[in-house]
Design a protein around this ligand. Sequence first.
Ligand code: IPM
Ligand code: MG
Length: 359
Amino acid sequence: MLFSLTVLPGDGIGPEVTEQAVLVLRAVADRFGHQLQLQPKLIGGAALKAANDPLPPDTVQACLDSSAVLLGAVGSPEFDKNPGHLRPEAGLLRIRRELGAYANLRPAVFFPALEDSSPLRAEIVRGTDIMIVRELLGGAYFGQPRSIEGKPGARVAVNTMRYAEHEVERIARVAFDLAMKRKKKVLSVDKANVLECSRLWRDVVTRIGKDYPEVKLGHQYVDSAAMLLVQRPTDFDVVLTENMFGDILSDQAGGVVGSLGLLASASIGGKVGLYEPVHGSAPDIAGKGIANPLGAILSAAMLLRHSLHLEREAACIEQAVATVLSQGARTADLAGKTHPSISTADMGSRVVMLVKEVK
Ligand code: IPM
Ligand code: MG
């Protein structure tokens, strides 16, 4: 089969990790007899530099015309003083919206080989397999009005957290559908003791839950969910939550399983799926060749699964990643005191080699 993908390397470590993910995708395509057409485009700081726009129109068009989009990371401190719409992050938020990608799936799976990498004791983290379902197009990220106004010293800033019932409903269905294929548990995370948005959220999620009688639905305030996530990570199956809580809890889940560098994500629900590692652009280590490419590589696996419906190919990548880790391959973020660390490119090549060997 022939697939056309748009590749958005972006900023910081984005290009380095995306390069490895693309090599893995090419190896999988070769191995299983698919043809890949890859079109690189600009986003974020890279696009601001070239076109003074964090999401140029031709990037949007290319994404809309492709089977799926693979993204690295956006964000760069050199634009910290820019107004909101001229920050790299604005490009990411806009592409999510342009693609209609309201459902952000962020799996946090503990690899048995990484017992030394997690800050938690092995007996606590062993068996962790969480699917965070983060609403991606609502809440404070997109709510209007938003502003900073007034004179220095007396400024006032406003953001608006906003949810409509249909937005909660559609993301809830994604979470329940996923739970049906997993351990049939959904934990809906909110702050219903304080926020109206959360009270509506809880109401709608409870109603949708009635359509899924086999799924055990629980509700937890976000503060207490954050604590439970480090105390008993294995209790979690599907976590359903709004945009900002999902942003925060997914980084925390990365810490729990050993490194944020491992986490992949799929942003789906719209016309075209967008796949990106959960980690950011990490400008402090960019260009050093030490970033962990596994989050990007596992995002490529999610792309194969969710947009191209190539389950065998996706599983092949995931198996290869588990194997390289069990063989002791560690980038700096995972190495700790017990292992030597290898480069971004070495980690990528090891995955490529294994993918090629799969029967
Ligand atoms: C993420 C990131 C983004 C977000 C930033 C870069 C806008 O932190 O994907 O988790 O907050 O959604
Ligand atoms: Mg984040």
